[in-house]
Design a protein. Sequence first.
Length: 143
Amino acid sequence: MEYIYAARIEPDPEGGFLVTFPDVPEAITAGATLIEARANASEALGLALRGYLVLGRPLPAPATKRKGLVEVPVDATTALKLAVVEAFNASGISKSDLARRLGKAEGEARRILDPDHPTKVQALEAALAALGKEIVISVRDAA
């Protein structure tokens, strides 16, 4: 599960840069500079993808690299949250079952699965492990 999507960054006629995502049309943002536009793009992408989950919709699959577009990842915590919810949805288990696997109350499992509820990285990692997943970190040069 990688949460990296292709973005189109183009000059805005009113100044700065406009960012759109062909695979996630709900994610639209801008920035006064390229650096600001890319930072805003990551945040807008994360918000849009969490919105998909809140609405019970599957996440769009990121397309392969496209000419003229740049790759934009969501921030690490959002990526972990998206991975937990996707793994849970694919698992076929109940929230009660997840809570039992985590040794937590069902309310805690519900909060972990809520795309908009802030969750500590350790809890997300534990939830992924309970769902048979492991986290692998990759670091690369920024564009």
